[in-house]
Design a protein around this ligand. Structure first.
Ligand code: AMP
Ligand code: ZN
Length: 465
């Protein structure tokens, strides 16, 4: 298989270190808010990459971190801790916030048929590993203590900018407008490995360390979690394009300084989902969630289809119109697939040709839109037996995961209608507001008996039948 390697800036043949085995690492979400559909685009395309590798016969081990500490509102080391900001906003503890949004993230992934990675590791569960690696970096002279914090010394590595030949002045950290320069840094790209003297006196989670009570920086967590579960080498490291600098650049610097050899040969980055107004981001506030799309009557599979229609290396612009067109096309495609009969048999020359065509599309830099075109080609083939069409689409859906042949379940007999449920949800909210919790619980139980599960979210209550 070939895909674009950000490290070499070319489409390359992928050759894992160990034949047939792939060690894959994915930067996970910072769990201080819902994932927006831009974040989900990245996870969705990484899912297609993983499934393609499995489809091609590789044995894949995939690891993902959950960032529940240390990611500041500026990707460098300025600003406030995103988790702390979220906890204040929602009057929750940092742990409650992390648990809530981790669950919400995996619920979104499940709806989008994004496979859960083999290992999911929250950063707060690995603090001992972080301390051990930072200690080794100190011993080797790659880290220094200043103003209470521990910094990585980027001047000590032979080549800091592994990805691009950036001009240093284009990448100055800490001197962007509105951001205070960190006086403790010896070089402007140095980054924090361990915070003690933070400006956030109310930092909720702290651990003892050889450098004082504090907490880890964001970058060190990915290096350590990858090493803990995948060993000294990673085959593919993935993330959204904004992770290239500083996050992945820093991950490489510290991992290679620690290990003393090259760490990861292939870097896979997904370009952003943008709106007409620019990049979709959590901090800018105006972002779309999967739940919002569902409330507008769309299915998560429509969003998956929308993403598969464009290449991961192009920015994807979301607009209501372009999405509505894709959603429409998905519904039509699915209804044609579901309606296929089962006459005839699978197999034969054309059958094999379509399989090869599908495989080639994915092998060639993950061309998902061409892979989707294979589904259309199969459906419109007049010679192919319905059973062969079904078998091919089932095969393709191992990677596309669009539920193309899945019959939608009819609403459960006797389930109450939407208007009634909404009215009961409103009554429960009113009861809660009046502090009549017994009545609120009674309404919840009554609905549960009727097969309706209520889901409370910060944005209000939704339900599942
Ligand atoms: P975060 O939860 O902010 O750490 O981001 C999770 C993932 O989403 C990272 O891999 C980011 O690079 C990626 N990401 C952030 N914004 C976008 C966007 N607008 N489109 C696609 N991916 C994004
Ligand atoms: Zn990471």
């Amino acid at each position: 298989m070939k895909f674009y390697n950000t490290l070499t800036r070319q489409v390359e043949e992928f050759i894992p270190r160990q034949e047939g085995k792939v060690k894959m690492y994915t930067c996970g979400p910072t769990v201080y808010n819902f994932a927006h559909i831009g974040n989900l685009r990245t996870y969705l395309m990484e899912d297609v990459l993983e499934k393609t590798l499995r489809y091609l016969g590789y044995d894949v081990t995939r690891v993902m971190n959950i960032t529940d500490i240390g990611h500041l509102s500026d990707d460098a080391d300025s600003g406030e801790d995103k988790m702390l900001l979220g906890a204040k906003r929602e009057h929750k503890t940092v742990r409650e916030l992390a648990a809530f949004y981790t669950d919400a993230f995996f619920a979104d992934c499940e709806k989008l048929n994004i496979k859960r990675p083999d290992v999911v590791q929250p950063a707060t569960g690995c603090v001992d590993e972080f301390i051990r690696v930072i200690e080794a970096l100190m011993d080797k002279g790659y880290a220094y203590k200043a103003g209470g914090n521990v910094y990585f010394d980027t001047s000590k590595v032979a080549q800091y900018h592994k990805f691009f030949n950036f001009k240093e002045e284009d990448l100055e950290v800490g001197v962007r407008e509105g951001v205070d320069e960190d006086e403790n840094k010896r070089n402007k790209n140095d980054f924090v490995l361990w915070f003690t003297k933070s400006k956030f006196e109310d930092q909720a989670l702290k651990w003892d360390s050889p450098w004082g009570v504090g907490y880890p920086g964001w970058h060190i967590e990915c290096s350590c979690i990858a090493m803990k579960y995948l060993g000294e080498y990673v085959d593919i490291h993935c993330g959204g394009i904004d992770n290239v600098f500083p996050h992945h650049t820093n991950e490489i610097a510290q991992s290679e300084a620690y290990l003393g050899h090259e760490w990861c040969r292939y870097w896979f980055h997904v370009l952003h989902l943008n709106t007409a107004g620019g990049k979709m981001s959590k901090s800018s506030g105006g972002f779309l969630t999967l739940q919002k799309l569902e409330e507008e009557g769309h299915s998560p599979m429509e969003y998956r289809f929308f993403c598969l229609l464009s290449h991961y290396r192009n920015s994807l612009v979301y607009s209501e119109d372009t999405f509505a067109n894709a959603a429409n096309a998905y519904r039509k495609l699915k209804s044609r697939a579901v309606a296929l009969g089962s006459e005839g048999e699978a197999g034969g020359e054309a059958y094999e040709r379509y399989k090869a065509q599908f495989r080639e599309a994915l092998e060639n830099d993950l061309n998902t839109s061409l892979a989707v075109t294979c589904v259309y080609d199969v459906l419109k083939d007049k010679e192919l037996a319905p059973a062969a069409k079904r078998a091919l689409i089932a095969e393709f859906d191992k990677v596309l995961s669009l539920d193309l042949l899945k019959e939608e379940e009819a609403p459960k007999a006797g389930a109450p209608d939407a208007a009634y449920i909404e009215e009961r949800i409103a009554a429960r909210a009113a009861a809660k507001k009046a502090k009549n919790y017994a009545e609120a619980d009674r309404i919840r139980s009554e609905l549960a008996e009727q097969g309706v599960t209520l889901i409370d979210t910060p944005a209000g209550t939704t339900y599942k039948l």
